[in-house]
Design a protein around this ligand. Structure first.
Ligand code: SAM
Length: 469
């Protein structure tokens, strides 16, 4: 056995253990008795081991697969209610010194225009995002120690939090930048970031090395151990993800859950979120070189993640189409992006230059997405209160597991939706939203909180803002 606190990547993502879990899942994919036992454990809502979840992912008994989907849907409703958290990515710079073969930012690609936003350009981007109604951003940047230095990222975060425009303000900045040192993670924490997100891309070491032939990101161990360093630097909300399509999805699924198990064992808190990006067409990237997964497998992966780690938020981006997003929202996704641009400067300037990272499938406006969510019975939430009130890491998980988040999140979602409707919505979105708030406010379980929320909604109507539990 190894010491979890100082574990190395190849210990906590042990290749032999992944292979043995895959063999176990393969051997048991028709084992009705075992699958029933795993489902019974899953119904308790306390999660599964990666090995148990791997069996569900492989399960070939049709009737049991229907139970898996129904359970994922039930857990989603029990824990997250009908709220969906909204965010948008903000691309700061596409300069990059890495060689990731699936990403057009790789340094040898001469086709795309390289661009880095100045602080004034960031202001313009953020105002454009605020004018849509966004409150939560995910910062994205290629890896470049000089052009995209930590000082540049920290200055950009300060700029973003400092912008007050009409009734808008960005209240949570999540960060998706390259793996870095404990000291730089500490600086990010001090700058007030929300979640630190870093996709593993692939957990399969040999494939990882082939897909990242040069640059700092080519170091598998340094990349895989990044979340340990982030947590050592004080960041307690970390977001995992793999880029589906790079390796065999079964391998990625088990290893991703093993990574979560490691963080839980070493730091007492698992990942705050898991993202499930699939590879998309991009400049200088040939999809024929990759083994893309289809929508059915994708839906099963989402359902099995939801069952395996019920309290970990799940994120889906505009890489996916409206139809695909609709399907997986029911199965476990709790956060979605809307009206995203993967171009550098794309919100304020539009698509003027060829700087984008990959093609998007869902290109609707934020207003269209908000309306669509409400038509399906979801409450789009612009809330960032947990983070602002210090409910992060193990404190968030403890409250969430005790069912207490429901008493905060539901009314907060309604209040932030109300603000959105007042400040940004089109007439049809406003009409449906107001009706939804009137119906939903009665579902707040605690009577006292319900009364306060009602008073706050009236105050928002009268022009006041920022009421939260
Ligand atoms: N610079 C950071 C790093 O290197 O880890 C991450 C920022 S990058 C803008 C965000 C993510 O986009 C990557 O981690 C990768 O998974 C994803 N990505 C890259 N190329 C893609 C493609 N062709 N299709 C879909 N997603 C892609």
């Amino acid at each position: 056995m190894y010491d979890v606190k100082s574990a190395k990547a190849e210990e906590f993502i042990c290749h032999e253990e992944v292979l043995s879990s895959l063999a176990y899942a393969e051997a048991n994919k028709q084992n009705l008795e075992l699958i029933d036992q795993i489902l019974a454990k899953a119904r308790l809502g306390k999660g599964l081991t990666h090995r148990e979840a791997a069996v569900l992912l492989d399960c070939e008994i049709e009737e049991k697969n229907q139970e898996i989907y129904a359970l994922a849907e039930q857990l989603k409703k029990d824990i997250y209610g009908n709220r969906i958290v909204m965010f948008a990515p903000l691309y700061l710079s596409n300069y990059c010194i890495n060689g990731c073969v699936y990403c057009p930012y790789h340094s040898k690609n001469k086709n795309i225009v390289r661009k880095k936003l100045s602080q004034e350009e960031i202001r313009r981007e953020v105002i454009a995002l605020q004018d849509m109604g966004h409150k939560r951003l995910a910062l994205e940047a290629g890896e470049h120690p000089i052009l995209n230095s930590i000082d540049y990222i920290l200055e950009s975060i300060k700029t973003i939090y400092g912008i007050k425009h009409k009734n808008g303000a960005i209240r949570r900045v999540n960060v998706n930048i390259a793996a870095t040192t404990v000291e730089e993670y500490r600086q990010l924490k001090e700058a007030g970031i929300g979640t630190y997100i870093l996709f593993q891309e692939t957990y399969h070491k040999a494939s990882y090395e082939a897909l990242h032939p040069y640059g700092p990101k080519s170091d598998y161990a340094y990349h895989t151990e990044a979340m340990d360093r982030a947590m050592q630097g004080g960041i307690d909300d970390v977001g995992l993800g793999v880029l589906f399509g790079l390796e065999r999805y079964r391998y990625e699924f088990s290893a991703l859950l093993m990574h979560g198990e490691h963080l839980e064992a070493a730091f007492g808190v698992g990942p705050h979120t898991i993202s499930v990006p699939r590879i998309k067409p991009a400049d200088n990237v040939n999809l024929d070189d990759f083994d893309c997964i289809d929508d059915d497998i994708f839906a099963k992966i989402v359902a099995c993640i939801r069952i395996a780690v019920p309290y970990t938020g799940m994120i889906i981006s505009t890489r996916e189409s409206q139809q695909c997003r609709e399907r997986v929202l029911h199965l476990g996704v709790s956060q979605i992006s809307g009206a995203s641009r993967t171009t550098v400067g794309g919100y304020a300037e539009g698509e003027t230059e060829h700087t984008e990272q990959f093609d998007l499938s869902d290109t609707r406006t934020l207003d269209e997405i908000v309306l669509w969510l409400m038509q399906m019975g979801y409450i789009p939430s612009f809330c960032t209160a947990c983070y602002l009130a210090g409910r992060t890491g193990d404190r968030f998980m403890a409250l969430s597991k005790a069912g207490q988040i429901q008493n905060c999140c539901h009314p907060n979602a309604l209040m932030t939706l109300k603000e959105y409707l007042m400040d940004y919505a089109s007439p049809p979105t406003k009409a449906l939203g107001e009706e939804m708030i009137r119906n939903e406010i009665n579902n707040v379980p605690n009577e006292k909180i319900r009364d306060i929320a009602m008073r706050n909604l009236a105050a928002i109507e009268a022009g006041k803002r920022h009421f939260r539990f």
